[in-house]
Ligand binder design. Sequence first.
Ligand code: FAD
Length: 568
Amino acid sequence: MSTRLGPAERDAAIARLRDPEHELDVLVIGGGITGTGAALDAVTRGLSTGLVESRDWGFGTSSRSSKLVHGGIRYLEQLNFSLVHEALVERGLLLQRIAPHLVRPVRFLYPITKPVIERVYVGAGMMLYDLFARGGGRRPGVPWHRHLGRRRLARDAPGLRRGVFRGGLSYSDAQVDDARYVAVLARTAASYGAHIASRVRVEGFLKVGERVVGVTARDLQRDEVFEIRAKQVVNATGVWTSELQELVGERATFQVRASKGIHLVVPRDRFRSKYGLLLRTEKSVLFVIPWGRHWLIGTTDTDWELDKAHPAATAADIDYLLGHVNRVLKTPLGRDDVEGVFAGLRPLLAGESDETSKLSREHLVAQPVPGLVMVAGGKWTTYRVMAKDAIDAAADALDGRVPASITEDIPLLGAEGYRAAWNRRSRIARAFGVHPTRIEHLLRRYGSLAHEVLDLIRETPELADPLPGADDYLGAEVVYAASHEGALHLDDVLARRTRISIEAWDRGVSAAPVAAALMAGALGWSAERTRTEVDRYLARVAAERASQREFTDEAADRVRLEAPEPGA
Ligand code: FAD
């Protein structure tokens, strides 16, 4: 079982995808969490499977979420119990079996302002939340909620303004580096034999009568167009669903519209608290989420009809979040405290028709024409269920009996042996002469595959040096991203394999030339190509900063789009 996902593996996958002799059982379009999950689901059922992604693994919404693997406390209030229950079961699976190295518990505070009524009401909700996670004798993987009095709250969250809250409840959910998870999921699918390639864009559908029998795709690295034949094509393109539906040329069975949500990244020392915060706003909720040495603050919810690939956060969005969070902080945050900003688009379902099978309140699977399955909506947390439902629909349409989904029992790469490696972390640190904190960082990102990154350091000790301006990440991680994790451009490494583009004060400007030189070594880039990659990345950062000074979506979008597409 090969676990490497480098340029040679991409070439081999494309050769297999375009081979006219070989028709796939299932071709998945879209390498977000849903499509990548669908590819793993299909290949582990024994189906010959392909997956193409037009940009990078997790490029779309799946790298720009709040990064919570959660049941969603607020859905309880909407009495959407089945959704909460389903998501909490998934949370337990991901935390304990599928990806214990990537998904970890996070503790939140639900502050209260009315001591008796609210405490009883919220306490009942929390009880239900914790019970759902334990349903059927499952281990939840996180501790039970706790009530906190006013004094305890002042001790545990001294950064909160005095007198705003009358105590609260602390409860647990889970969090994940969403982009990293998608890349690991893609690699896992490839290790089971899925033929997967990023930077391959679907540009048309092959049809016999009304039946879809494959797609026309463009390899954006080589600018070559080719055909891929498949018995079933699964469209998992999130907010791009409607564009793909137009390419099919049939009446749409459902529409997906986009709603923008932005997050701010601020240093952890700007606000002292043992917990993250869940705060109520007029329309919804706002999270302040611990994120390594940072806090993530989000999110907003506004319609977005402009560029889908690079949704832009405006100064108004940023001020909205700062205004809300400052209501409860002892020391208010200003724009100068903001290290990073990111914006994502929720794929919201609209206008379902009669043919649509409504599998849950949150996601839909439909078969508008023979040979084509559409899956959209849902949330990151329940990706495995969406993937299973989509492949169930494809399997029903395939000849012969297809086994049921087994992804519940498929740990991602790096999960097996992770806990044992974690327990040995001091010994590993001594053996490689690396500080134990670095080993913990590597284990939390690569699990039991951390030794592959450490082997690079053993061969070339300079790769143990951290990147300029982004001390959390080592040079070896950049090389590994290019050789093993499918990173093809500098942007892939700085924005998704690492999160330097949102975590570093300079958003990766000083890390860019060093990271590009390391990628050049791994991928054989010329000096000119290396320079172009750096220039494009710097242009992206400049355009993002400029767009965040604009006050309207239209102006921010225009400014953001002045930067050329990375890798174009
Ligand atoms: P995407 O990730 O957008 O993937 C679609 C992919 O299709 C893209 O990578 C795109 O490049 C590719 N594509 C498009 N066109 C083509 C083509 N022609 N050819 C090939 N590929 C193509 N959920 C949670 O569970 N927890 C959270 O905390 C959470 N927070 C969120 C916060 C925000 C602000 C937002 C916006 C969403 C949040 N969500 C959360 C929801 C969750 O992020 C999404 O539901 C999920 O990421 C959608 O994944 P997807 O794979 O369907 O879409």
